[in-house]
Write a protein that binds this ligand. Structure first.
Ligand code: SAM
Length: 301
């Protein structure tokens, strides 16, 4: 939500966490046990236990990820681009401090280099301590390199190219705002190797339509093929979650089921949400989402 929109009046209910993301629409989770609540230079970090979601990570009162539903988000953002590409050697993750995305990426043994650019080192450190199940040791993978920096600054200055770029950002408020600009996406397109693909966290189209509209308008200018795909993530309230897709290789979105199945089986991936069938189906958009995308007729599967 942009700063110009109306803001919610503060509400406090003892023992409950109340999300502050949308005007007039809030989700609340009971705090069974508070593990951590502190302000870093960039943001307020909380971790608590909830009966339905397990351990919950929030930044600036916005839910980031939870122990019980994180796979629905991380698997789809990692395995869809990597298996569509089929020969990924290098991956760039921007954001993703909890390590859930990295845990999925390291499952691909043929990948030789994984760079993650995170603005807030404390998110990583305290996620390792309070949410170890999210990264599950992935930060120790020898192929992994961590860069502590603003992802927008990194993208403007870096010269290395990557086969897959995953933008696992917060919502476009606070430090995350810089990861939703046309300038940032333009820099990412420069960092994409030939035949590479970039995927972005694009929010919930029902409540955050602007994110899809703006990202797709920028992608249309930057990439030969641009699209959205979706998954359901219960902690991100308001409907399906949308991921942006930008690449100069239109074939990546049309990889046949048998090929995806072969790649999935060859990798011996263990997944709980991703399947090759779900991969293909995730690009079939409900009309209200398709209508947010410019020249959407280009998106016929
Ligand atoms: N899956 C989550 C969601 O949809 O809300 C995102 C989770 S992940 C915790 C988001 C990460 O992005 C955080 O660790 C945050 O510190 C990081 N981040 C925010 N702005 C950033 C920036 N400009 N550069 C790099 N990392 C950033």
């Amino acid at each position: 939500m942009s700063d110009e929109k109306p803001i919610n009046e503060p509400i406090e209910i003892p023992g409950w966490w109340i999300e502050d993301l949308h005007y007039g629409y809030r989700q609340m989770l009971k705090i069974e046990k508070l593990y951590y609540d502190s302000k870093t230079e960039s943001q307020r970090i909380m971790v608590f236990e909830n009966q339905t979601f397990g351990r919950v990570l929030t930044l600036d009162n916005i839910l980031q990820t939870t122990e019980k539903d994180e796979f629905m988000y991380h698997e789809m953002m990692a395995h869809v681009p990597i298996l569509a590409h089929g020969a990924v050697h290098s991956v760039l993750i921007i954001g993703g401090g909890d390590g859930g995305m990295l845990k999925q990426v390291v499952k691909h043994k043929a990948i030789g280099r994984i760079v993650q650019v995170e603005i807030d080192p404390e998110v990583i450190e305290f996620s390792k301590k309070y949410l170890p199940m999210l990264s599950d040791g992935a930060f120790d993978d020898p192929r992994f390199e961590l860069v502590i920096s603003d992802g927008a600054k990194y993208a403007a200055e870096a010269e290395e190219q990557f086969d897959v770029i995953i933008v696992d950002s917060t919502d476009p408020v606070g430090p995350g705002k810089a990861l939703f600009t046309e300038e940032f996406y333009t820099n990412l397109s420069r960092l994409l190797a030939d035949g590479g693909v970039v995927v972005t966290q694009n929010g919930i189209p029902f409540t955050q339509a602007d994110e899809v509209i703006n990202t797709m308008a920028a992608f249309r200018k930057l990439f030969v093929d641009y699209a959205c795909y979706t998954s359901t993530v219960p902690g991100y309230a308001g409907g399906q979650m949308c991921y942006g897709w930008g690449t100069n290789d239109p074939n990546l979105r049309k990889v046949p089921l048998e090929v995806l199945q072969r790649r999935y089986e060859a990798e011996k991936l263990e997944t709980k949400y991703y399947t090759p069938e779900v991969h293909i189906a995730s690009f079939a958009l409900p009309k209200y989402i398709k209508d947010l995308i410019p020249e959407r007729e280009a998106l016929t599967l």
